[in-house]
Design a protein around this ligand. Structure first.
Ligand SMILES: Nc1ncnc2c1ncn2[C@@H]1O[C@H](COP(=O)(O)OP(=O)(O)OP(=O)(O)O)[C@@H](O)[C@H]1O
Length: 331
């Protein structure tokens, strides 16, 4: 288990993160989500012991690993870097063996062979890393991270360099590996779909803080505020004045949101009069960009339709929604 307690960090006197608290249990995949530069990698680096100057403490099992006296071998951490960080001057098997530098030679050879087979890269063992595809490089990086049988796996954007098909396959394969070995895994990504599909729990980082940390379903269904909700779903925002016209209570601290896929467009008259501003082709569907007549949307309001020929910019349409699908949440 990993336990991050009252963690905070500053660089050049600028606070990057403050009072971050979360736990990752065995067999659990936790994803940290947040905008670029919010501090996700910094948290991973601190857990791996690569960033020792920080506030608070980080414990792995019963050992508090923030102190300078604890060496990397005691941390039992495998780290898969965003760009894989393979050594270009070493071949595949040497890259993996590098993680086992203190092991006796015979034992090391056996372990490397086992890892090459386990991660399906045995036929590439003598290749240099630049002769490998992105997916193969990723497997070498994972094999190297797993070489010392870590209990904790840290993954920084591990699927970023893979095409969508390989990304999906690798994600499912990695999830099974983490569950089989009962590892505690922490994943960093920008991709909300990826986070939702692989994680047991999600933490959203914003403005130096961990805004919300919860199980994937809880955080998706009960977002604490608009930032969290908008990070995890494709949402439309309905102006508060229009909501009040439906006799729904809403104050200035709150906003009314609805998932885009729950919004339809109709010609039947209701209070949500719309004008179509633009449309764009998205492959299997079109996206209509609309706005309310007399009420300005703060954000772009999108509606998915199968066909754009039925809609023209100068005609009046109405938003068709089930009011039960509306969520009133904090701003
Ligand atoms: N060693 C360092 N010295 C100074 N500033 C640093 C250092 N490491 C990180 N930072 C700064 O801390 C902030 C957080 O960086 P970090 O890499 O953790 O963000 P991130 O959320 O992982 O970003 P991304 O999603 O773009 O990878 C950034 O502003 C970065 O410039």
């Amino acid at each position: 288990m990993v336990s991050v307690n009252s963690f905070g960090i500053s660089f050049d006197k600028t606070k990057i993160l403050e009072d971050i608290n979360f736990d990752v249990n065995e067999g659990e995949i936790v994803t940290l989500l947040g905008q670029s530069g919010c501090g996700k990698t910094t948290i991973l680096r601190s857990i791996a012991g690569l960033q020792r100057e920080h506030e608070g403490n980080i414990c792995i099992g019963n050992v508090c690993v923030s102190s300078k006296e604890v060496f990397k071998k005691d941390r039992e951490v495998g780290y898969i870097f965003q760009d894989y960080a393979l050594f270009p001057h070493l071949n595949v098997e040497e890259n993996i063996a590098f993680a086992l530098d203190k092991m006796p030679k015979k034992e090391k050879e056996k372990r490397v062979t086992k890892l090459l087979e386990q991660f399906d890269i045995a036929s590439h063992r003598k290749k240099s890393t630049h002769q490998l595809s992105g997916g193969q490089q990723q497997r070498v990086a994972i094999a190297r991270a797993m070489a010392n049988n870590p209990k904790i796996l840290l993954l920084d954007e591990p699927f970023a360099n893979l095409d969508s098909q390989l990304r999906y396959k690798t994600k499912m394969w990695l999830k099974a590996l983490i569950k089989d070995l009962n590892l505690s895994a922490i994943l960093v990504t920008h991709d909300k779909k990826e986070a939702l599909s692989i994680s047991d729990k999600i933490g959203i980082i914003h403005n130096k803080q961990l805004l919300q940390f919860d199980t994937t379903l809880n955080i998706y269904n009960n977002p604490q505020n608009y930032y969290v909700a908008n990070f995890l779903s494709e949402l439309n925002l309905i102006p508060n004045e229009l909501i009040k016209k439906q006799n729904i209570d809403i104050n200035e601290d709150k906003v009314a949101v609805i998932e885009i896929h729950k919004c339809k467009i109709t010609k039947s008259i209701n209070n949500f009069e719309l004008k179509v501003l633009d449309s764009s082709f998205c492959g299997e569907y079109y996206e209509l960009l609309v706005d309310f007549v007399d009420y300005n949307c703060e954000k772009t309001f999108k509606i998915i339709v199968e066909n754009v020929e039925d809609f023209c910019e100068n005609e009046t349409y109405y938003l068709d929604i089930d009011l039960n699908d509306l969520k009133i949440i904090a701003k």
